[in-house]
Design a protein. Structure first.
Length: 245
């Protein structure tokens, strides 16, 4: 069964637009996470950025306390955040690149170019009983490096596929990259997640990609929730995923 991890960062983004710097505010990403779980989500994803632009420290500690499914902490491979993760003990961390100027995470982690640092963090997490995923583009070199780094998962960056979706030829090419990447990762013993830019329109095409374990989806679900409610938005996404073989 293909699992759904709901990224609640954009709920926190709305809160921070009015309540930044305050100890409380609405909407509450933790309440949203619980509603997603109640609707059938298999896990919750939250990105604790170094600049704390949306998810705050108090959010991840509260999530760790109340989440009953699977807590996925997205994070940069930065010393401060690594130490927080080791104390927090999420079920899994996903190492992602960060740039202060970006709106959301752009591109994949350069594992091949930072193999020693990434490997060290993978080992720290493994010693703490925390699984590791690496958010990477479907590039053979990066997938091979992810296996050498000691991660258990990769998360294939589906942004290029999502952006190319309106153009049939470009969509086909990007889908082929994802298919090849998933096969390579599986052969290397890595489990495969995917995410970025997935929505209710493009997700069915992703069913062609083999070996997927979990999709991490945030913006589309939070956007849909504005009109139908977050529980219905999650259930609709799960319905689209149900036919994955």
């Amino acid at each position: 069964m293909l699992k759904l991890g709901v990224n609640i960062d954009h709920v926190a983004t709305v809160r921070e637009a009015r309540y930044r710097g305050r100890a409380e505010g609405e909407p509450d990403p933790v309440a949203a996470a619980l509603a997603c779980e109640a609707a059938g989500a298999h896990g919750i994803t939250a990105h604790l950025r170094e600049d704390r632009r949306h998810i705050q420290d108090r959010d991840v500690w509260k999530l760790r306390e109340v989440i009953k499914t699977r807590l996925n902490l997205e994070m940069a491979n930065a010393p401060e955040i690594v130490q927080i993760a080791l104390k927090l003990k999420p079920d899994i961390v996903c190492l992602v690149p960060e740039r202060r100027a970006e709106v959301t995470t752009e591109g994949g982690l350069d594992v091949a170019g930072n193999l020693v640092a990434v490997s060290q963090t993978c080992q720290l997490m493994k010693d703490a009983g925390i699984e590791v995923s690496l958010f990477i583009t479907p590039d053979p070199e990066q997938i091979s490096a992810a296996a050498r780094a000691g991660s258990q998962f990769i998360e294939l960056h589906t942004g290029a596929f999502a952006e190319a979706f309106a153009d049939a030829s470009h969509r086909s090419a990007q889908l082929a990259r994802l298919v090849a990447g998933a096969k390579q990762a599986h052969e290397l013993g890595l489990r495969v997640n995917a995410g970025h830019g997935l929505n209710y329109v493009n997700l069915p095409a992703l069913h062609e990609v083999p070996h997927l374990v979990e999709l991490n989806i945030g913006h589309s679900i939070v956007s849909r929730a504005l009109t139908v409610g977050i529980g219905t938005a999650v259930k609709e996404m799960l319905t689209l995923m149900a036919s994955y073989k």
